[in-house]
Design a protein around this ligand. Structure first.
Ligand SMILES: Cc1cc2nc3c(=O)[nH]c(=O)nc-3n(C[C@H](O)[C@H](O)[C@H](O)COP(=O)(O)OP(=O)(O)OC[C@H]3O[C@@H](n4cnc5c(N)ncnc54)[C@H](O)[C@@H]3O)c2cc1C
Ligand code: FES
Length: 297
C-alpha cells in the first residue's frame, strides 16, 4: 500500500502494478507486473530492467512469461534490490519497467531442441520451450536444482515439453546429478539439433563443453552485470569468439562454444565488496514507512 502512495505522491502517471506476488521456493519469487508496452512486444529470450523507486538501482530480469498486459519475472534474492523486490505484494507499484530488451532467442524449425535450465535459470526455460514447440520442434526439457525444494516450474515445463528430465544435485528428486549428465546421455542416444542453456555461468560453461564434441549449435543466456542496458556503459561486456560484445544489445544469448565463461565469472565478481556493503546497510535501515530498507525518498 505505501508503495502505491509513494508513486502517486511523485505524480507518476504510468503505474507498473504488481498483480501477483508469491514465493515459489526458498529465496525464489514470482511477480506478475502490469507493463502493457513490454507485454505487447516481448519475445522469448528478452529481458526487462526495473527500478523499484527513485533511489533504487536498475536490475535486469528475464521476461519469463507474458499474459495479457502483464509480464512475469522470477528471481532469487541475492542482494539488496532482489531482497527489497521480494517484499513487494499485490497492488504495490514499481517505479520503472524498461523493455523488452536484448535480442530474442533464434526461434526456428530445427527438429529436436533441448532447453536446459539450472536453478533460477529455469525461469527463462518455458517461454523459449513454448516458442520452439509452436515453431514445430520436438522439445526436450532438462531442469535441475540443488535439491527438490529449490526446483521451480516443473508442471509448466511438463505441459510444454515432449519430454522432461528432472535432476537434483543431492538426488532428492528426479535423477541424481547435473543437467549436463542427462544431456550427455541423450546426445549419445539420439540426434539433437539445437541446445539452449540458462543458468549459473559455471553450469553453462560445463554444459557447453558437453555439446562441443557433438557439434550441436548451443546458445547460452549470459547474465553479466548490467547498468544502462542500451550498449552505452560497457559494464555488460563479454568476450565471444575473441570479440568484445555487449550482452544487453548483442545478447543476452550467444553461441555457447565461443563464450569466454571464465572472463564472465571474473567480471560478475568485481563489485562484491560494494554489494555486500549495500545489503548490510539495507538490512540495518528502517524506512520511514516502518519496513526494512530506505525506499521512501
Ligand atoms: C539479462 C539478465 C537477465 C537476468 N535474469 C534474471 C532472472 O530472471 N532472475 C534472477 O534471479 N536473476 C536474473 N539476473 C540477475 C539479476 O539481475 C541479479 O541477481 C540482480 O541484479 C542482483 O541485484 P541485487 O541488488 O539483489 O544484488 P547485488 O548484491 O547487487 O548483486 C548480487 C550479484 O548479482 C549480480 N548483479 C548485481 N547487479 C547486477 C546487475 N545490475 N545486472 C546483472 N547482474 C547483477 C552480480 O553477479 C552480483 O554479484 C539477470 C541478469 C541479466 C544480465
Ligand atoms: S548494460 Fe551498459 S552496455 Fe550493456
Amino acid at each position: 500500500m505505501y508503495k502505491t502512495l509513494i508513486s502517486m505522491e511523485q505524480g507518476v502517471t504510468r503505474l507498473y502494478r504488481v498483480d501477483v506476488a508469491r514465493e515459489l521456493a526458498d529465496r525464489i519469487y514470482e511477480l506478475w507486473i502490469r507493463a502493457p508496452h513490454v507485454a505487447r512486444h516481448a519475445r522469448a529470450g528478452q529481458f526487462l530492467i526495473l527500478r523499484l523507486h527513485d533511489r533504487g538501482e536498475r536490475i535486469p530480469l528475464t521476461i519469463s512469461a507474458v499474459g495479457g498486459d502483464a509480464v512475469r519475472v522470477i528471481f532469487m534474492t541475492v542482494g539488496k534490490t532482489t531482497q527489497e523486490l521480494a517484499s513487494y505484494r499485490e497492488g504495490d507499484i514499481i517505479r520503472d519497467v524498461a523493455g523488452p530488451m536484448g535480442r530474442p532467442s533464434e526461434i526456428g524449425r530445427y527438429g529436436t531442441c533441448c532447453i536446459i535450465g539450472g536453478g533460477v535459470g529455469i525461469a527463462s526455460a518455458p517461454i523459449i520451450a513454448r516458442g520452439l514447440k509452436e515453431a514445430g520442434n520436438r522439445v526436450i526439457g532438462i531442469i535441475g536444482a540443488r535439491s527438490a525444494d529449490l526446483l521451480i516450474l516443473e508442471d509448466e515445463m511438463r505441459e510444454i515439453c515432449d519430454e522432461l528430465f528432472i535432476t537434483t544435485d543431492d538426488g532428492s528428486r528426479g535423477i541424481h546429478g547435473f543437467p549436463s549428465d542427462v544431456l550427455k546421455r541423450e546426445l549419445e542416444r539420439r540426434r539433437i539439433d539445437r541446445v539452449w542453456i540458462i543458468g549459473p555461468a559455471m553450469m553453462m560453461k560445463v554444459t557447453a563443453g558437453v555439446t562441443r564434441p557433438y557439434g550441436v549449435k548451443t546458445f547460452a543466456s549470459l547474465n553479466p552485470i548490467m547498468v544502462d542496458g542500451t550498449g552505452m556503459c560497457g559494464s555488460c561486456r563479454v568476450t565471444v569468439g575473441g570479440e568484445t560484445k555487449f550482452a544487453c544489445v548483442d545478447g543476452p544469448e550467444f553461441d555457447a562454444h565461443l563464450v569466454d565463461f571464465d572472463g564472465l565469472m571474473q567480471r560478475q565478481r568485481i563489485y562484491l565488496d560494494q554489494e555486500k556493503m549495500a545489503l548490510e546497510r539495507y538490512a540495518e535501515r528502517t524506512c520511514r514507512c516502518g519496513e526494512a530498507g530506505d525506499h521512501c525518498a
